[in-house]
Every structure is written in C-alpha cells, then in structure tokens.
Design a protein around this ligand. Structure first.
Ligand code: ADP
Ligand code: ADP
Length: 232
C-alpha cells in the first residue's frame, strides 16, 4: 500500500472562521495504481493533494505513506519524506528557463547530494524514459508545452519516488499535447509507477484507472475506469 488514509480531516482556521475542507476521508491507494482526483472548485482537491504530497498535514485522522505514519511527523521530517517519496508535476511545468532540459532534470539530484557523473547518467535515462533524449541539451523556451511537461515528468521520476503527484498536468496544454502527456503517464504506469493526478477534464480522467470525485470535502464517488482510453 502506498497511501492509506483513515478518517482524515482538515479544518482551516483563520481567526474565528473555520473551514472544514476535508471530512473523514478514507482512501487506500496501492502500488501501480493510476488515480484521477476530480471535483468542482472548493471541493477539497488541493487540500487533499497538499496532504498526500506532505506539504501540509491533516487536523484529524491518519495518513500513511509507503508505511510511514505522516500524521506524527514534524516539518523537518515532513520535508525529508517529501523529497524522498514524492515526484511533483505542475500545471505550469516549473522549469528553470536558463538551463537545459538535462540540467533541469539533474536539479533534484543536486539537492540529494548525488555526484555529477551519476546525475548525468540518471538524468539522461529519465529523459529517455519520457522520449526526449534528442532534446536534452535544449532549453525550455526551445520546446513545446508537451515537451516541457515531459522534462518536468523526467525531473519528478529521477529520484525514483514512491509516487508521482500531478496537479492539472495538462491544464496548460492543447489536446494533442495532453494526449502525448497521458501517453507518457500510461507508459510509466505500465512500468509500475504509481500516479495520482488532479484534473477538471473528463477526457483526461478517462486515461486513468480510477477516479475519486470530491464534493464539499467528501469523496462522493470512487470509480474504477472500466476501459481506460489508450493514448498511444
Ligand atoms: P483550485 O485548485 O483552488 O481550484 P486552480 O488554480 O486549480 O485553483 O483553479 C482556479 C479556478 O479555475 C477554479 O475555479 C477552477 O475550477 C478553474 N480551473 C482551473 N483549471 C481548470 C481547467 N483545466 N478547466 C476548467 N476550469 C479550471
Ligand atoms: P479545490 O482544490 O477543490 O478547489 P481546496 O482544497 O482549495 O479545493 O479548498 C477546499 C475548501 O477549503 C474551500 O472552501 C476553500 O475555500 C478552503 N480553503 C483552502 N485553503 C484554505 C486556507 N489556506 N485557509 C482557509 N480556507 C481554505
């Protein structure tokens, strides 16, 4: 089990005002699952992603990530687990513009203290996995949106995380590039990578294997996608 949530709740407090953003969420996500989180604005998706990604903590219940009880950790431990266990992909790519694709993918390994030779080797192989080996010396502004997002996925993969978390990964892409990105995710998932993404688009969710629908802080549906659309 990669993720296990037991009766998880989140209340934001601003002075006298309290917002109950998540209510008794119970979710288990196994290794090699591919999950889409959907729901209207304000339904608790970002709150859930922040908790899964160890960027924020619940205010009640338990969150277990890869066998670790996250609910008991302090900020420093949380940051360590985050770097070790999670690869993040964002809607806006978040690449550094002045350095090459290869150098962008090397960044998480610099923070992890990995030597330059091994960094280069692992970064090229991650770029190969996302089909971008011939573009690795290009800078982000010389690439299409879909290519930039593939660089971001390679960067998320490079420290072999337990989980890839993607927040609206196709939100800035046209439909062709979106398909391209979903194809990359499907290939990685077939190779055993666990992926959780947030999307507003039903067409995107149809490429995953399971859809969690949020409303008013509650998971109101947990559906298996019977015949996921193959992006290839
Ligand atoms: P949040 O995570 O708080 O919803 P976002 O930046 O994701 O914040 O979204 C801001 C607003 O834009 C929300 O109302 C959201 O529903 C809407 N939105 C964001 N992305 C999309 C999208 N791809 N399609 C439709 N609406 C979107
Ligand atoms: P979504 O991502 O689905 O748009 P959010 O998780 O961002 O939903 O928000 C869920 C609820 O929590 C909303 O009512 C939102 O206004 C509230 N909320 C989110 N972040 C905060 C915060 N930092 N302080 C207070 N309320 C918040």
């Amino acid at each position: 089990m990669i993720i296990s949530m037991k009766n998880l709740g989140k209340i934001y407090k601003n002075g006298q005002i309290e917002v109950e953003a998540l209510k008794h969420a119970n979710i288990d996500i196994e290794k090699e699952e591919f999950v889409a989180i959907m729901g209207p604005s304000g339904s608790g998706k970002s709150t859930m992603m922040n908790i899964i990604g160890c960027l924020d903590k619940s205010t009640s219940g338990e969150y277990w990530l890869d066998g670790i009880n996250i609910s008991t950790l302090n900020e420093v431990e949380l940051a360590r687990i985050r770097n070790l266990k999670i690869g993040f992909v964002f809607q806006s790519f978040n690449l550094l513009p002045r350095i090459t694709a290869l150098q962008n993918v090397e960044l998480p390994m610099i923070y992890a203290g990995i030597g330059s030779k091994e960094r280069r080797k692992k970064a090229s192989s991650a770029l190969e996995r996302v089909g971008l080996e011939e573009r690795m010396h290009h800078k982000p502004n010389e690439m299409s949106g879909g290519q930039k997002q593939r660089v971001a996925i390679a960067r998320a993969l490079v420290n072999s995380p337990a989980l890839i978390l993607a927040d609206e990964p196709t939100g800035n892409l046209d439909s062709t590039s979106s398909e391209e990105i979903m194809s990359v995710f499907q290939d990685l998932n077939r190779e055993g990578v666990t992926i959780v993404l947030v999307t507003h688009e039903p067409d995107i969710a149809e490429h995953t294997k399971r859809v969690l629908r949020f409303r008013d802080g509650i998971i109101r549906a947990d559906e298996t996608v019977k015949n996921p659309v193959d992006a290839r």
